[in-house]
Design a protein around this ligand. Structure first.
Ligand code: 16G
Ligand code: MG
Length: 544
């Protein structure tokens, strides 16, 4: 067959007929496209087209398409593109996705596609390769069929990843694109993922006493499948997990009364945990979200009926644990590598103070891609959002330094080994609940700590997060990593004046990127001050 130099317009228009566009306008945002599943069929068809074009634009490298709505309720769904290095889609392509998804007619759609081909000078003769996967939502299989129709219409080599967590798909993409190169990340299969993480965990915890039992709330989502896969390659006595909320097929169960978002937002145990025999005082517990790219830990210091017995170990705590341990290892190893940590405005002020004593700390706006890019600037970049999204990135330079190290003492040698082990345990493409969980277990085992010792690293400042409905959230504009408002005019000065009234007071206002609300965050030295500050700032926002 001669090389194809033009879009297969006829095939696209023919296939489009089976995927009529819903009236809703949809935007490719921080988490890709996300809305009610019933509105997404045509969006998925079109993202099949875009995925193929993106692969061609990247010289035929594999890109990924993930169908998930993460922590959202079961009737929602979403789809996002994973770029060739396993990272999130290049921001320049986000508006491309939005335009193509909203093209009203077949003619407009073809025009938009041609516009992308021209704008990015895409060589259409390059074969496209796309791997796709989906979470446990009942709507996912039919949305996947729409994606496949899109890829068939434009022409792409399709690789069916099956039911996977979001980070597993990121892993697959990176593994495919590095296979056979000196940077080979791992075998590009689901089993390859379990072996990579499992083997790294086993070697990093070698000669250590058995770690504490960890009770995992799988949010009744695909994280349950992922952990069951991991359990096949790591013996139970080396990784004593107790899996709860694993009902992947029960209608309505996903993220319902459980999962990382429920626990973090409500600051309490998943519903029904008080009846579980495994949930006891001082047991380490954790929750995944629906697509297992996010994790929070917690534990009890008394009967669950009393809210003061519940203690959350959130993304800030994971960052603190990692920074504490990694900075020590780097020092012991004698390696010349620079560590850094990236947080957002939501990070508790106490965690920032703690981290700043150990590593440089940078701030970015909310959203994984911002933190990820900033973390890439360090040799070893730790990034976590308070809500439990995050990972630790080891740069090429750091990996080279670890490989070339000539440690002069047994302690330095052990530190280098441990750094290598952690680099392999931690998913280098994106935050991953499974790999973050393993990293935490490796560090706790090395430290011989339980949840209480971990929690003792610092004491959180009392804080509060509120949602405010406003008539137009786009009038709220921020600067300085979302820590200050530039619009509405004058409002930041008023917030500053309120904050100044309270010891260790801090407050910021930002428009949500995922909901039609404005978020208000406040913290202060005393709980009663936080309540007052949050109320005053909320009142201010309501007047806008
Ligand atoms: C999305 C982001 C998350 C961020 C959240 C903020 C990804 C994969 N997810 O879920 O990082 O914390 O949005 O939501 O980037 P908000 O803008 O509604 O506060
Ligand atoms: Mg998620």
């Amino acid at each position: 067959m001669p090389p194809v130099h033009a879009l297969p317009v006829e095939a696209i228009v023919r296939a489009l007929a089976a995927h009529p566009k819903s009236a809703a306008h949809i935007v490719y945002g921080t988490a890709g496209f996300r809305t009610k599943a019933a509105l997404l069929d045509s969006t998925c068809f079109r993202i099949g087209l875009i995925g193929a074009l993106r692969s061609k634009a990247l010289d035929g490298k594999v890109v990924g398409l993930m169908v998930t709505a993460s922590h959202n309720p079961e009737p929602d769904n979403g789809v996002k593109i994973v770029d060739a290095r396993g990272e999130m889609l290049d921001a320049a392509w986000e508006p491309v996705c939005t335009r193509i998804a909203n093209a009203a007619t077949a003619e407009e759609l073809v025009q938009e596609l041609q516009h992308v081909v021209d704008a990015f000078q895409i060589d259409l003769s390059v074969p496209a390769r796309v791997v796709y996967a989906w979470d446990t939502r009942p709507s996912s299989p039919s949305l996947v069929r729409a994606i496949v129709d899109g890829m068939d219409a434009i022409g792409a080599e399709k690789m069916d990843g099956g039911l996977l967590t979001t980070p597993q798909l990121h892993y697959l993409v990176f593994a495919y694109n590095t296979a056979g190169t000196p940077d080979a990340y791992g075998e590009p299969t689901e089993e390859g993922y379990y072996h990579k993480l499992g083997d790294a965990y086993l070697s990093a915890t070698q000669n250590k006493p058995a770690p504490v039992t960890l009770v995992v709330d799988c949010a009744n989502g695909v994280g349950a499948k992922s952990l069951q896969g991991l359990e096949k390659v790591v013996p139970h006595d080396r990784l004593p997990l107790q899996l709860l909320r694993t009902e992947m097929k029960a209608p309505g169960a996903l993220n319902n009364g459980c999962g990382a978002d429920f626990v973090k937002t409500n600051q309490k145990l998943p519903a029904g945990y008080d009846q579980e025999s495994h949930v006891q005082q001082n047991t380490l517990l954790c929750s995944f979200d629906g697509d297992a790219d996010r994790i929070v830990f917690y534990y009890l210091t008394g009967p669950p009926e009393k809210s003061e017995n519940f203690h959350l170990l959130d993304g800030d705590r994971i960052a603190a644990l990692a920074a504490d341990y990694l900075s020590e290892l780097v020092e012991q190893s004698g390696l010349d590598v620079q560590l850094g940590c990236v947080q957002t405005a939501y990070a508790n002020g106490s965690s920032t103070l703690y981290l700043e004593k150990r590593v440089p700390v940078a701030f970015t706006p909310t959203g994984v891609k911002h933190l990820h890019h900033e973390a890439e600037k360090y040799d070893i970049g730790i990034y976590f959002e308070a809500n439990g999204h995050g990972t630790v990135l080891f740069s090429k330079r750091a990996m080279q330094a670890i490989r070339d190290a000539k440690p002069s003492t047994p302690a330095a040698h052990a530190a280098v080994q441990q750094l290598a082990g952690l680099a392999a345990v931690i998913n280098q493409t994106v935050g991953d609940a499974v790999s973050d969980m393993l990293m935490v277990l490796v560090i706790l085992a090395a430290r011989q700590w339980g949840p209480v010792e971990w929690d003792a690293l610092y004491t959180d400042l009392p804080n509060r997060l509120c949602k405010v409905q406003v008539s137009d959230r786009t009038q709220f504009k921020t600067t300085d990593a979302e820590r200050r408002l530039t619009s509405p005019a004058g409002m930041q000065a008023q917030i500053d004046a309120l904050v100044a009234q309270y010891p260790l007071g801090r407050s910021f206002v930002r428009p949500s990127g995922t909901e039609d609300v404005v978020r208000v965050y406040a913290e202060a030295a005393k709980a009663e001050d936080v309540a007052a500050l949050a109320k005053q700032v909320t009142a201010l926002v309501e007047t806008a």
